[in-house]
Design a protein around this ligand. Structure first.
Ligand SMILES: *[C@@H]1O[C@H](CO)[C@@H](O)[C@H](O)[C@H]1NC(C)=O
Ligand SMILES: *[C@@H]1O[C@H](CO)[C@@H](O)[C@H](O)[C@H]1NC(C)=O
Ligand SMILES: *[C@@H]1O[C@H](CO)[C@@H](O)[C@H](O)[C@H]1NC(C)=O
Ligand SMILES: [Zn+2]
Ligand SMILES: [Zn+2]
Length: 491
């Protein structure tokens, strides 16, 4: 470890000197340095040395032969009363689903549970969001996130805890995500004296619509946070199996809607009108060519036109046609390139047919950057999952064209997103998210809680010290540079 830290400092001292000398404003050196440590150590130190000792001075651990606490965390999660309780939390939320930014009862339930554990929290952020804290109250801070919103879907599963709200359903498992994070809070609270920093629990509204993650960030949810982790239930992995991958995991996802305007006229005498239907048809065909002719075939992308509306009279062309759809890509560059080309193609094709067009991208409602897992944070998730559940319960998964607003966090700080399996053929939990038949194997709930807790606790013990030390070192380095510069100027 000392070698890597030395390497970073050697690299950074000239940079810091330069920054100080040129007086570059606004650069947060601490953040810059700690970020660089993470980036720098990716090649050589993906698994930083553990700083815990089984019989460590301050934090001696309760179990002999369990020096990283994994067995104890699983034991806490799997106590029969803890399992019943975490299932109960999920069922209460499942019965009362609430849509984006309406998660009032869900929030109340969460806050009541947090108060029951004597945990402090901030409320509201992003209208209905909550951020709870566990640990020393001091840096380093690591965050775990759960989303709270349901979907406008009528539940078709007949079971005891079926949604009691007509037309609304937790069909994406966000009820399970909340229960797992509340479950993690209980485990972490029991181990609070062992935490080498602070765990922030983010209960976020509006993942399905309304980009709640962005609002949480705007309301300060990531203040001081070094890294963030989140999970999502998956019907593709067997119960309690963890899956993820390094790098791009979920696509960037945007939507577009265009209006192509011509002029209305008799369909028997087209020279009196300007036909927006033909212009729209040309635009639809040209949009298909963006991916097939302009994108690298090894860089998966999608442009789909999913609605076309215009006209109702068989004997006249309408004044305008609207068309719209979605686009996906796995890199920020490709994603923004698609956005630009969709706009150009529609406007230019419209003009070929003497029409005008405008294109709207819903940037404040449903515009998600690609979800890219930080390599080091991904390795951390993998290592913790394997040491908690064994190598048989970990899978490397393929990227998916779906999207997640967790990507807003991952744009800002090192982040990793992973799946936890809920598939169980004998229970029938085999339907994909957003299906009215969606259901989960609830035996995954305590395991999800344990994985969350273990990831955060071990993050603080493994990375926390590196970050705190690097900050002290950077403060020392800056102090020494300033002293030398002053000596020079004085002399
Ligand atoms: C750990 O600590 C306990 C109690 O303080 C002590 O009895 C034991 O000998 C220690 N074990 C080791 C390996 O140092
Ligand atoms: C993605 O690209 C856009 C447009 O070029 C830019 O504004 C944004 O900062 C980029 N985001 C990241 C994470 O690079
Ligand atoms: C599926 O659920 C049943 C009932 O809870 C359980 O006995 C079985 O072990 C589960 N199967 C898997 C693969 O988890
Ligand atoms: Zn969803
Ligand atoms: Zn979801």
């Amino acid at each position: 470890m000392a070698r890597d830290l030395g390497g970073v400092l050697i690299l950074l001292v000239p940079v810091l000197l330069f920054v100080w000398r040129t007086g570059a404003g606004g650069l947060d050196v601490d953040q810059f340095l700690s970020r660089s440590i993470l980036e720098f150590s990716s090649s050589s130190a993906a698994t930083p040395q553990r700083t815990w000792k089984a019989n460590g001075s301050r934090n001696s651990l309760p179990m002999v032969g369990d020096e990283d606490g994994m067995e104890e965390i699983l034991r806490l999660a799997r106590r029969p009363e803890a399992v019943e309780w975490v299932k109960g939390v999920r069922r209460r939320i499942h019965e009362h689903p609430e849509l984006a930014y309406e998660e009032v009862e869900t929030g109340r339930l969460i806050m009541a549970e947090l108060e029951g554990m004597s945990l402090g929290y901030r409320f509201p952020l992003a209208t209905t969001g909550i951020v709870a804290s566990i640990g020393t109250g001091e840096p380093p801070f690591v965050a775990l996130r759960a989303d709270m919103d349901a979907l406008p879907i009528q539940e078709a599963v007949e079971w005891k805890f079926k949604s009691k709200v007509p037309g609304k359903m937790h069909a994406c498992g966000h009820d399970a995500h909340v229960a797992m994070l509340v479950g993690a809070a209980k485990i972490l609270k029991a181990r609070e004296h062992l935490l080498k920093g602070t765990v922030k629990l983010l209960f976020q509204p509006a993942e399905e619509a309304g980009i709640g993650a962005k609002r949480m960030i705007e309301d300060g949810a990531l203040k001081g946070v070094e890294a963030i982790f989140a999970l999502h239930v998956s019907h593709e992995l067997p119960t309690s199996v963890i899956g993820s991958k390094a790098g791009p995991l979920l696509a960037g996802c945007g939507f577009f809607k265009a209006e192509i305007r011509g002029s209305e006229g008799p369909a028997g005498n087209m020279h009196y009108s300007v036909d927006p239907i033909l212009a729209a048809s040309a635009a639809v065909v040209s949009l298909q060519n963006i991916v097939s002719r302009e994108a690298n075939p090894l860089d998966s992308q999608v442009v789909s036109v999913s609605t076309v509306n215009g006209g109702s009279n068989l004997d006249s062309v309408p004044e305008s046609v609207t068309l719209g759809g979605t686009f996906r890509a796995f890199s920020n560059t490709s994603f923004y390139k698609l956005r630009q080309r969709i706009k150009e193609v529609i406007i230019t094709q419209a003009s070929v047919y003497r029409c005008t067009a405008s294109v709207h991208f819903f940037e404040n409602e449903g515009f998600y950057p690609p979800m890219v897992n930080n390599e080091i944070m991904y390795e951390h998730v993998k290592k913790v999952a394997i040491s908690l559940l064994g190598p048989k319960n970990y899978r490397v998964v393929s990227p998916l064209m779906g999207a997640e607003d967790f990507s807003f966090y991952s744009e800002i700080i090192p982040a990793a997103f992973y799946y936890i399996g809920v598939r169980n053929e004998s229970l029938g939990s085999i339907h994909s998210a957003h299906s009215p038949y969606f259901m989960i194997d609830e035996d995954s709930l305590p395991v999800g809680a344990a994985v969350h807790a273990a990831i955060a606790e071990r993050y603080l013990s493994e990375f926390g010290e590196i970050i705190v030390n690097s900050k002290k070192a950077s403060a020392r380095a800056i102090g020494s540079i300033k002293r030398k510069a002053n000596e020079y100027l004085d002399g």
